[in-house]
Design a protein around this ligand. Structure first.
Ligand code: DAT
Length: 176
């Protein structure tokens, strides 16, 4: 059996609430919030897209990204925060949380973030078409995937409590 600590992925369309959940969960459990945006910046592994409507979006070389985080994942104890999930090797992942949000609420959040109309529509389509949920289902066993709704602050609390309990059980089962 693997001796590493557990790793959890939080994935979902931008704006659904991944970072908010990861920060809260890291604070409560002492696990490390591995924000992939920070890794991309730190190691300078994002190429600017050529899209004039979307100059801030970076295209990330996933092989280089994995090289940067592989040791952290091998050690475990990571709460991974990223809008994609299928690049993380299943043998290093214990739970995949797909954060979801109702269309109207998501639209308002992305508008507040200053997204232009095209980027906004692309992300709305991504949520409506359940792109990240499908990606998770194609990459991981169904039993490892949890869908979490994130429209209200009460939902953040109950989601975090639920995952915290899951972590406690995992640790007990793995003698940690
Ligand atoms: P993501 O990391 O998926 O891009 P985020 O955590 O930065 O999303 O959240 C985007 C914004 O929405 C941020 O202002 C916090 C707010 N938010 C997220 N989930 C929420 C919830 N369940 N209740 C209230 N606000 C929420």
């Amino acid at each position: 059996m693997s001796t590493r600590n557990l790793n959890i992925v939080f994935t979902g369309t931008p704006g659904v609430g991944k970072t908010t959940h990861c920060q809260e969960l890291a604070q409560r459990t002492g696990l490390h919030h591995l924000d992939i945006n920070d890794v991309v910046k730190k190691h300078n592994i994002g190429e600017s897209s050529n899209d004039p409507d979307d100059p801030n979006t970076k295209i990330v070389d996933e092989d280089r990204l994995l090289d940067c985080i592989e040791n952290d994942l091998e050690d475990g104890g990571q709460i991974i925060d990223w809008h994609a999930c299928d690049l993380f090797p299943p043998r290093l992942i214990d739970l995949v949380c797909v954060v979801r949000c109702e269309n109207k609420v998501l639209y308002d959040r992305l508008k507040k973030r200053g997204y232009g109309e095209k980027k906004l529509q692309e992300n709305m389509d991504c949520e409506i078409m359940e792109v990240l949920l499908q990606e998770a289902r194609e990459a991981y066993d169904e039993g490892m995937i949890v869908e979490l709704r994130s429209e209200s602050t009460e939902e953040i609390d109950s989601n975090v409590e639920r995952i915290e309990q899951w972590i406690k059980n995992w640790k007990k089962d793995h003698g940690k």
